[in-house]
Design a protein around this ligand. Structure first.
Ligand SMILES: *Cc1c(COP(=O)(O)O)cnc(C)c1O
Length: 400
């Protein structure tokens, strides 16, 4: 158990508003005044840190959110962005130049996969996609051009769990930056405590938890964050994936209940996964002993937050998957929608949606089959009642 628990960092968030408000005031300004011309010159020269200059660079509201999430991740600093992809693309482009190489898990978010596979080669940055659960294969893929080892703590959509401890040893041995996308498992994993260098979140998912905003964050050393926002060559500064102050303020408020929500998501998902498995369905959930990385997860997780809110089942064919999802939506169990971490259950067929960027033959090789249904289990108060309804839907479409 960690002495310093990540949820304590959420509990201890304390930013007062301008008039003593219990929430911080929103800094609704793109630019900031200076008392002296010389001070502004020093900021541009990088001789004066911590001054607000222009909101694409830094802003008090985005700064509060960045600090709060980076505290939760036990990193020195953070930089929020307009989306998770904004955080991922800036990070990679900050580290890699033409000729460099990335070793990445092959089971990653479809957008990240497409960025590495289709976009980065235009800049002569190439990626080897490997099975992240096979440490030997990971090491074999590393070349003298490799700069980044990239993975998700819990991968989309197969819910594979990365052995971040082992990967970080490998990264250190070869002088690589270990970049970990922790979107599926905030609070559940603390990748920096396991040795990761850079932790990324799509704030759009569990952290905001309301499906009303898009956002991202990079958590890392202060040195790396400062490089991202360097006025001369910082990827975040120059590509401009800036988050708006009002959004940042809203996401900060939702962050305050993340610990309570993650426990409920995990509790409900564990119940649903167990019951589905008992009905004889093929279920993917790291909380089940049948999951190949169950033990790795147990060894590295912050136990009190459970095994996460994502459950996947195999409905055998795309047709059956669609029938099941439509039936569940008609019964108000949740919504047929991509994304995750909402109050209500969301479900989608990854093969034809969030992983559709990955060609079909590669999907097959990874173990993604066309009948898969990914569920982000909601915050339902009475999950037994919900499960009874799910069972009714499974019967209706002849899956049980
Ligand atoms: C959604 C998601 C992203 C991309 O985040 P956006 O906020 O949609 O840009 C990246 N990684 C994972 C694991 C995701 O689920």
């Amino acid at each position: 158990m960690m002495k310093n628990k990540p949820a304590d960092k959420i509990q201890d968030i304390q930013y007062f508003g301008e008039y003593g408000g219990v929430n911080p005031s929103i800094s609704d300004s793109s630019t900031f005044t200076y008392m002296a011309g010389k001070t502004m010159e020093m900021v541009f020269d990088g001789d004066k840190e911590g001054c607000y200059l222009y909101s694409r660079h830094m802003n008090p509201s985005t700064g509060y959110l960045a600090e709060a999430v980076s505290n939760m991740e036990f990193t020195e600093a953070g930089q929020v962005s307009a989306s998770g992809m904004g955080a991922i693309s800036s990070t990679i482009l900050q580290i890699c130049s033409a000729g460099d190489h990335i070793v990445s898990s092959r089971t990653i978010y479809g957008g990240t996969y497409a960025f590495m596979k289709n976009f980065l080669p235009k800049l002569q940055i190439n990626t080897s996609f490997i099975d992240i659960t096979n440490i030997n294969e990971v090491e074999k893929a590393i070349t003298d051009k490799t700069k980044i080892l990239y993975c998700e703590t819990m991968s989309n959509p197969l819910l594979e769990v990365a052995d971040v401890r082992a990967l970080s040893k490998l990264a250190k041995k070869h002088g690589l930056k270990l970049v970990v996308d922790n979107t599926f498992t905030p609070l559940i994993f603390s990748p920096s405590a396991l040795g990761a260098d850079i932790i990324i979140h799509s704030l759009t998912k569990f952290i905001n938890g309301a499906s009303d905003a898009v956002g991202g964050i990079v958590c890392s050393s202060k040195e790396f964050v400062m490089s991202l926002i360097d006025v001369n060559d910082g990827a975040a500064m120059l590509l401009g994936p800036t988050m708006d102050s009002i959004r940042a303020n809203g996401i900060l408020k939702n962050l305050r209940t993340l610990h309570v929500r993650m426990k409920q998501h995990s509790h409900n998902a564990m119940y649903v996964a167990n019951e589905l498995q008992n009905l004889g369905l093929k279920v993917y959930y790291p909380g089940l002993e049948s999951h190949p990385q169950h033990q790795i997860m147990k060894d590295q997780m912050n136990e009190e937050f459970g095994f996460g809110g994502m459950v996947m089942i195999d409905a055998q064919s795309t047709k059956k998957a669609y029938e099941l999802m439509e039936e569940m939506q008609n019964n108000n169990i949740g919504y047929l929608a991509v994304s995750l971490g909402f109050y209500k259950t969301l479900f989608s067929a990854p093969g034809a949606s969030t992983s559709s960027e990955i060609p079909e033959d590669e999907q097959k090789e990874m173990g993604i089959s066309p009948g898969m249904v990914r569920m982000s289990i909601g915050l339902d108060n009475d999950i037994e009642r919900t499960f009874d309804k799910i069972k009714g839907c499974l019967k209706k479409v002849n899956l049980i």
